[in-house]
Ligand binder design. Sequence first.
Ligand code: SAH
Length: 265
Amino acid sequence: MARAMHAAMTRAWLIGAGPGDVELMTLKATRALAQADVVLVDDLVNPDVLQFARADALIVHVGKRGGHPSTPQAGIVAQMLAHLRAGRSVARLKGGDPFVFGRGGEEQQALHAAGLAVDIINGVTAGIAAPAAIGIPVTHRDHAQGVVFVTGHCAGGAEPDWAALVATRMTLVIYMGMRRLSEIVGALLAAGMSDTTPCAAIESATRAEQRHALARLGEFAEAVSRAGLGSPAIVVVGGVASLALARAAAAADNASAPANGAAAR
Ligand code: SAH
């Protein structure tokens, strides 16, 4: 009886699709996606992950990129509720992890308020995957005792307390920081962070079009703009980024060495 009831229950999932590379999706995510009648897809999700959805699933793109107007959050929740109440299972597919700057918390609250259950399926968040894609660990015993995930896009002007974050001496991983990068760098310098602090920006991490820029804090905003980087990108500030800077410097040395330099090594 209990099993029959469970089978009859419609289901909702908040699924993290990971940063882009399809292979970084979890098995659990692909299995849930394969069951859903309806898939509501955010704009940062790599469309290739839809290969795991049912051929007859209704796929709805609710993102704001690609020239389409974004669907307001209330509209997305209303769509989810309408499908669930009509007996259809709904997979809400988000980039990275659904509970890291993904508004997954708000959607879970809305479903709970409507008396509906929802399963959360974690994804690999860009804040860890993007640094890793260029060899930067977010923690490292020689460089940082912890990591702070922070948004650079401040809804309603609620600016993070950059001075307090600098004082932690932890790795700063900044999401949505590209548009205000110069201001953020200025705030970090004003808070006393050294202008030699290693920094990295990684755009479209784990995708074919991945690009990045590396520089010390004092030249970082300039380096990012020279490289022409934009969103979506993760910014990493802290000693851990020195791992990528050191490798880039070694590669540049090798490239500029005379032809017989390689033999001399
Ligand atoms: N829930 C997502 C974050 C959504 S907020 C996660 O856990 O990853 C959107 C921001 O995430 C972007 O502005 C960018 O800072 C970051 N982001 C998402 N995907 C990215 C990618 N493939 N490469 C670099 N940054 C990415």
